[in-house]
Design a protein around this ligand. Structure first.
Ligand code: B3K
Ligand code: ZN
Length: 879
């Protein structure tokens, strides 16, 4: 397969001013007629090259009404249609036929629950018709859809409705015009039997917008929350960035077969049901938060992505990093900023850090790819958002807003690069961001070391050094710009007496400072810092780096207990817990008695006792670092020892804090209950704490605890509590375990999204026989390789969320995954490729396990007709 290079970019030599599409829809054969009005920009000899694919047949091709002849006027290969002798301007009519019913790849036009829908990003449009399927070709689309009225009463496409009516034979049609020029990846069409929730939004520019959420009839009752989130998003973008919506309708359609979360097609978002449907009895508090975030994300794309789009796919983070940043800020403004940040950083560490440390590492703006769909990664999305966040930190919020204004002023209606974005920020702020741009081109997570020293007199000196590890194709790295937000914590708040700052320090006015690191090693000096004050570093995770400090254990506990930056209190508990895990792991490796620090238990206990002031924060302070976290930051140790140590520590905490856990469990349970009766949003925070307590309590295996788990399982009315109890139950050895798990299935079997949770909960089982449990579940009648949500909930959860089971020495975990990938490769290569991620995370594993993984990769690579996406991932992992 061919590599595409950023360096090879060349503008398209034709303009496609308009495209008029007609779809005659039928599941087994849909006929697509596309009329393109084209203008040649290059020389007379320029060939018009259109992208196509193997799943489509060309029925006819006309230029200005004249039928073209194969070989004489054009050539057709599997991936291209090349048309010769293009005049200066002409109309090209392309007729193709496609088979949506057989499309299990879920890109292009396909069926979900019998309804037609499309997914065109990144390169799905080429499976619908021959077209320059690249983001820098913008055109004005008009669409006519024809289908049987009875089966497909709802006919939707992008833009505004422009006519509808009946045609003979039980058919009807609808016309949609989108006035905003757009690339083909934003095209969408939906046709089916769908129910609709309608609302209105009046924009700041005086436009009345109709908002519709379409779902299967059975799901209609679960759309209110998403509708509210959409209106909040619209309001927020007007207030925060002065950006208003620009069409008369905003349609959202929820489908249950979808490769990703959702898609921002202009005026017609298509969503995975998982990110639309939300009802407290079937969705958890976390699900609600995700729905709000994803609804916001797709809405915000209307400006960052659609109005201003990407010049080429290497610039993907231009829209994705920026839009993730925007949705994170939106969610922070809607709920708790610090909790949102804690959760986002956790997600970054869980997905992006390991990516950056392994064979799939790539810069935020990659330089080459084989399959672009493999680059919708945590690096492009989440690290991309961190890069935007750092710019906002460096230039300040006010300048950032100015930069956004300038970006839209300059680039509205065009396809641009990450460079154009940074340029706008630079021009609006007057800051020099030349070195900062390395964040786009250098892969790898920078590692910083902070050494805190007392200098002469009242001087405090922070010496910070950085290294950026080498990554595939990038051995040598340059020092990056790293903005380090910090303060000096004292028992009565931040120390405010610091002065005499070196010129690389900027006071932020709120007790915090911004240290601008720009070299391999920098020194930052302060005068007049209170002698007992403790540096609180990298507040709010101001840069996506790994940090080591010389803080003493005493100082670390001080931060845990006293820092004004709640984020850093959680960071510190995480660090202390991990340190304890590693200490125990060392004891295991040295066959010594395992011990647990009293001080740690005592501090956690004190935090727990003081839960009332901030239950969500305390729940985060108390949470055990995940297995993934523990192995990502471990050095030298074996994963076996680390997993065992983590389990041991969890159990010890559960036993030692047994009384407090139970009492805080009971009181947060009743607080959550009474708050939720009053409709108070704080209930979420108490439930979060309640269920962290429950997960510890489950580790004791005690009688009283088991009783409470079963009670919660049986009595709870919210899915948040029900699922937490189910998870505790799965791990437990409660007698009725199997029976209760079955009961859950029976109660919810009609609700696909809850059945996904049921699969996922079992995929996380810590039981000895988990591999055979997974095998049983793969044979369950509700398991299916054609539904990505189902694949993710069983295979994805097992391989990415249950590391101790996945990495068992026997290698069975790897085999289960490879088998699933091989099967999926024929059905849905994009999802198959994504599932391969865990096979690239072997850098912390021992030789034996690496060999076992290598074997499976080899098996995958040996498959005949292996798809391009899977080939790219497997060959990178195998190298
Ligand atoms: N832009 C889409 C992702 C498209 C996935 C292509 N494989 C969703 C989003 O980021 O909003
Ligand atoms: Zn996006």
């Amino acid at each position: 397969p061919k590599e595409i290079l950023l360096a090879d970019y060349a503008a398209y030599p034709f303009a496609i001013d308009t495209i008029a599409l007609t779809f005659k829809l039928s599941p087994a054969e849909t006929i697509v007629t596309s009329k393109l009005s084209c203008r040649r920009l290059g020389q007379a000899s320029t060939v018009l090259e259109l992208n196509g694919g193997p799943y489509m047949s060309l029925l006819s091709l006309h230029m200005d009404g004249v039928l073209l002849e194969a070989e004489k006027d054009y050539d057709l290969s599997e991936e291209h249609l090349r048309v010769y002798n293009a005049p200066k301007s002409f109309e090209l009519t392309v007729v193709t036929s496609i088979n949506p019913q057989e499309n299990t790849r879920l890109e292009g036009l396909y069926l979900s629950s019998g309804n037609f829908c499309t997914q065109c990003e990144a390169e799905g449009f080429r499976h619908i018709t021959y077209y320059p399927d690249r983001p820098d070709v913008l055109s004005v689309f008009s669409v006519r859809i024809e289908a049987l009225m009875e089966d497909y009463p709802v006919l939707l496409s992008n833009g505004n409705p422009a006519g509808a009516g009946e045609i003979a034979g039980g058919y009807h049609y609808a016309i949609w015009n989108d006035p905003h020029p757009k690339p083909a990846y934003l095209f969408a069409l939906v046709a089916g039997n769908l129910a609709c929730l309608t609302d209105k939004f009046h924009t700041s520019l005086g436009r009345d917008v109709t908002l519709n959420i379409y779902t299967l009839e059975k799901d209609q009752a679960k759309c209110d929350y998403a509708m509210g989130a959409l209106k909040r998003s619209m309001q927020w973008d007007e207030e925060t960035y002065g950006l208003a919506y620009d069409l008369d309708v905003y349609n959202i359609v929820a489908v249950s077969d979808f490769n990703m979360g959702a898609m921002e097609n202009k005026g017609l978002n298509v969503f995975n049901t998982k990110y639309v449907l939300a009802s407290p009895d079937t969705e958890t508090d976390t699900d609600f938060a995700h729905v709000e975030g994803v609804i916001g994300h797709e809405y915000f794309h209307n400006w960052t992505g659609n109005r201003v789009t990407c010049r080429d796919w290497f610039q993907l983070s231009l829209k994705e990093g920026l839009t993730v940043y925007r949705d994170q800020e939106f969610s922070s403004d809607m709920g708790s900023r610090v909790i949102k940040r804690i959760d986002d950083v956790k997600a970054l560490r869980a997905a992006q850090f390991p990516e950056d440390a392994g064979p799939f590492a790539h810069p935020v703006r990659p330089e080459k790819y084989i399959e672009i769909n493999n680059f919708y990664t945590a690096t492009v999305y989440n690290k991309g958002a961190e890069v935007i966040r750092m710019m906002a930190t460096i230039i300040g919020q006010a300048a950032f807003r100015k930069g956004m204004d300038l970006y839209f002023e300059r680039h509205d209606g065009s396809a641009v690069t990450c460079e154009d974005f940074v340029q706008a920020m630079e021009d609006a702020s007057g800051f020099d961001l030349r070195q900062f741009r390395l964040w786009y081109s250098q892969a790898g997570t920078p590692e910083i070391k902070v050494d805190v020293k007392k200098g002469q007199g009242s001087k405090t000196i922070l010496s910070v050094s950085q290294t950026v590890p080498s990554t595939p194709g990038q051995d040598m790295k340059k020092p990056m710009v790293i903005p380090i937000v910090m303060g000096f914590a004292t028992e009565h708040g931040d120390c405010l007496s610091a002065q005499g700052l070196s010129s690389n320090i900027r006071p932020l006015g709120n007790g915090s400072f911004l240290l601008m690191m720009t070299q391999g090693a920098d020194e930052f000096t302060f005068e007049g810092v209170e002698p007992t004050a403790v540096p609180s570093l990298l507040r709010g995770f101001s840069a996506p780096v790994e940090m080591e400090t010389t803080l003493s254990e005493l100082q670390q506990y001080f931060i845990l207990n006293f820092d004004t930056d709640s984020f850093n209190r959680v960071e510190m508990s995480d660090l202390l817990l991990k340190k304890e895990v590693y200490k125990i792991a060392e004891q295991i490796e040295a066959s010594q008695t395992k011990t647990v620090s009293n001080k740690l238990i005592k501090s956690l206990g004190q935090c727990l006792e003081a839960y009332e002031r901030d239950p969500a924060l305390i729940s985060s302070i108390l949470s055990m670092p995940s297995e993934n976290d523990c192995i990502s930051s471990m050095k030298r140790l074996s994963i076996d020892a680390v997993f065992e140590a983590r389990q041991f520590l969890g159990k010890k905490i559960a036993h030692r804090l047994r009384k407090s856990l139970q009492s805080v469990y009971l009181s947060s349970r009743s607080a959550a209950k009474s708050l939720s009766l009053k409709g108070d949003k704080q209930a979420v925070h108490f439930r979060r704490l309640q269920n962290v307590c429950l997960s510890y309590m489950a580790k004791t295996g005690g009688h009283a605890e088991n009783r409470l788990i079963v009670d919660q399982f049986q009595d709870s009315t919210t899915m948040t509590n029900k699922l937490a109890a189910l998870q505790a139950l799965v791990h437990s050895s409660i007698g009725k375990r199997k029976q209760l798990i079955r009961h859950f299935y029976k109660a919810y079997r009609k609700d696909e999204l809850v059945v996904d949770k049921w699969f996922a909960a079992q995929a996380l089982s810590t039981h000895e026989n988990v591999h055979s449990e997974i095998a049983l579940l793969q044979n369950h009648r509700d398991f299916s390789y054609t539904n990505p949500n189902r694949i993710r909930s069983l295979i994805g959860m097992f391989t990415m969320g249950n590391l101790s089971a996945f990495h068992r020495r026997c290698g069975k975990g790897y085999e289960i995954l490879a088998n699933a990938i091989l099967k999926l490769d024929d059905i849905n290569p994009q999802v198959a490729a994504r599932m391969l991620t865990p096979l690239g995370r072997y850098h912390k594993l021992d030789k034996e396990r690496q060999v076992l993984i290598g074997k499976q990769l080899k098996r995958i690579l040996a498959k005949e007709g292996l798809s391009k996406p899977v080939y790219e991932m497997a060959s990178k992992a195998y190298e």
